[in-house]
Design a protein around this ligand. Structure first.
Ligand code: TRP
Length: 371
């Protein structure tokens, strides 16, 4: 059987998430775990219910610790090589929900080093994206008193001493096997996993504590942390717990992942209402029939209709979503009508985001961790 090609630097073809659970050795989030989360948070976020966040590592252990009064912090990150799109937004809106519900600190890493090393962009271009991406993260509405930005090249003074401790415990052959590297990869990229590992325990180093770490991420980032989990334990820290998200598809079809390097196939946080309307109407793959008559008779296919699938992310009301799905599959509503609902939902989100974006710069200092 062909293995799924899935690591931070290569995601190929249609992704079978069930198979990935086996291949990665991660665990599906089951009903029991959902109920446990609900007991603490009072509600189950639609992304959990709808299996957008679908798998985990050690979440039970983290909740055991939490129940017995131990604290944890959240850690996630952003690779600044292009504009923030609605896929990032979705994941981070869930991170914000976690931060609010559990009332915990969030450490946010901006990996300007990583993107400089891996992308065909200049250092200055990456710095511009780092700034722009920080503005978008701030515009998500994270609590400035509890959110700390780490920028790899700017916080090198505190990250690097820890990164070398990590690096000393990782061999080149592990990196090669995890990411499909060869002898022609640049040497910075080989070291990089050490940098992404550090925030798993850095807050504890800085604060003299020993708290658990929970990392919400898109599933392609898991290979880094498979390595990190072994290493941090050897350094005397707890293995982090992880929550894995699926990718939001490109507009053009339900397989693959939205990417900022192909901006016409996804929605950017800075798109105008008009652009959103045009992109969705033009590119969103339709699961409808060729003619209206046929559609009314046979109905549409919710599973492959991108507007229907995207609404899982943006229509949080279960009853409303169910109604749209039923009516669409019976041919009562057309693809164009589902697209209109989606356009309105997304434009509402973007209007709030873009308003915050105008003033985010004023509070950026509150977010950047002070050394
Ligand atoms: N490597 C990630 C990216 O390319 C950025 C990142 C750094 C990250 N630390 C993380 C993502 C922790 C998720 C969790 O986007």
């Amino acid at each position: 059987m062909v293995k799924t090609k899935m690591n931070p630097y290569e995601v190929e073809g249609e992704i079978n998430y069930d198979r990935l659970i086996d291949e990665f050795g991660i665990k599906k989030i089951d009903k029991k775990l959902l109920e446990r989360i609900k007991k603490i948070t009072g509600e189950i976020h639609p992304y959990l219910k709808r299996e957008i966040f679908f798998a985990h590592r050690d979440l039970e252990k983290l909740l055991d610790a939490y129940d017995s009064g131990e604290k944890f912090f959240l850690y996630t990150g952003c690779g600044p090589s292009g504009p923030i799109h609605i896929g990032h937004y979705s994941i981070w809106s869930f991170v914000k929900w976690l931060q609010d519900k559990f009332n915990v600190e969030l450490w946010f890493q901006f990996t300007d080093d990583e993107k400089f090393l891996y992308k065909n962009k200049t250092y200055d271009e990456i710095q511009e994206w780092t700034y722009e991406n920080m503005i978008d993260v701030i515009s998500m509405g994270f609590n400035p008193d509890k959110t700390h930005f780490l920028i790899d090249t700017k916080h090198a003074g505190i990250i690097y001493p820890e990164a070398i401790r990590v690096a000393k415990k990782i061999t080149f052959s592990t990196i090669k096997a995890s990411f499909g590297f060869t002898d022609s990869n640049n040497i910075g990229s080989i070291f990089y996993t050490a940098m992404q590992t550090v925030p798993v325990f850095l807050p504890n180093v800085l604060n003299g504590k020993s708290e658990y770490c929970l990392i919400p991420l898109a599933v392609d980032q898991d290979p880094h942390f498979r390595i990190s989990r072994d290493v941090v334990e050897k350094l005397g820290y707890k293995k982090p717990a992880i929550l894995h998200a699926k990718f939001i598809s490109p507009l053009t079809g339900i397989s693959g992942k939205s990417s900022s390097s192909n901006s016409s196939k996804t929605i950017l946080m800075t798109d105008s209402p008009e652009i959103v309307r045009k992109k969705i109407n033009k590119y969103a793959f339709s699961g409808g029939q060729d003619t209206i008559e046929e559609h009314r008779k046979k109905g549409g296919n919710v599973k492959i209709d991108v507007a229907c699938q995207w609404l899982k992310y943006f229509e949080h009301d279960d009853n409303k979503l169910e109604k749209i799905y039923t009516e669409y599959s019976k041919g009562k509503i057309l693809s164009g009508e589902v697209k209109s609902i989606l356009i309105e939902k997304i434009n509402n989100i973007l209007s709030v985001h873009q308003k915050r974006r105008e003033t985010a710069d004023k509070i950026i200092d509150k977010f950047i961790y002070k050394i």
